[in-house]
Design a protein around this ligand. Structure first.
Ligand SMILES: CC(C)(COP(=O)(O)OP(=O)(O)OC[C@H]1O[C@@H](n2cnc3c(N)ncnc32)[C@H](O)[C@@H]1OP(=O)(O)O)[C@@H](O)C(=O)NCCC(=O)NCCS
Length: 154
């Protein structure tokens, strides 16, 4: 898919994990290893948003994993979600998650969940996720809440 927020054209594509590492390191993993468990697993789905077909300005990973708060198969976890501060608020994060949900559904997934940082809860709510837990601490980052979205989106 593509869209034109601001000064350039954004395209969303599936990539290998290392293509997501620079932005992950900058926005999410300060002082921690940039790799997340399972990055190389065969079913790990990494997406990147590229600006004008080049620079990576958004990243996210989806991976099959049981949901801690819902029984059943077909659950995928969203992790490693970040956009470059220069493009925030322009729909890049939404486009990445939408592309991921479409792909997860095509692979038979019926639920996507995440540990949402408190500062990002409003973003996930805007794109259709629901809060399903009380607040909990995930060190070293801090307060999170559990959020999920069921597929297909109605
Ligand atoms: C959270 C983050 C991924 C959002 O990315 P983005 O590219 O700015 O998101 P979008 O522009 O697609 O936003 C989609 C909608 O959510 C809203 N939104 C974005 N971030 C928000 C936030 N932190 N709180 C409330 N609403 C937010 C946007 O205004 C937009 O609203 P609209 O539907 O009225 O247009 C980005 O701010 C980020 O990388 N933050 C730092 C890393 C981080 O916290 N990642 C999440 C870890 S759980």
């Amino acid at each position: 898919m593509s869209s034109e927020p601001g000064a350039g054209t954004i395209t969303i594509e599936q990539v290998d994990a290392p293509a997501t590492y620079a932005l992950r390191a900058q926005e999410l993993r300060q002082g921690r290893p940039v790799e997340i468990d399972g990055d190389d697993a065969p079913y790990a789905l990494h997406l990147a948003a590229r600006l004008d077909g080049d620079e990576v300005v958004g990243v996210v990973r989806f991976h099959p994993r049981d949901c801690p708060w819902r029984e059943g198969e077909g659950s995928w976890q969203l992790r490693g979600m970040a956009t470059d501060p220069r493009v925030r608020g322009l729909g890049v994060g939404r486009a990445l998650v939408a592309a991921g949900l479409t792909r997860v559904q095509a692979r038979g997934g019926d639920l996507v969940w995440c540990d949402a940082r408190k500062a990002a809860v409003g973003f996930y709510q805007r794109i259709g996720f629901t809060i399903v837990t009380a607040e909990y601490d995930l060190r070293p980052v801090g307060p999170h809440v559990g959020m999920l979205i069921e597929l297909p989106i109605r």
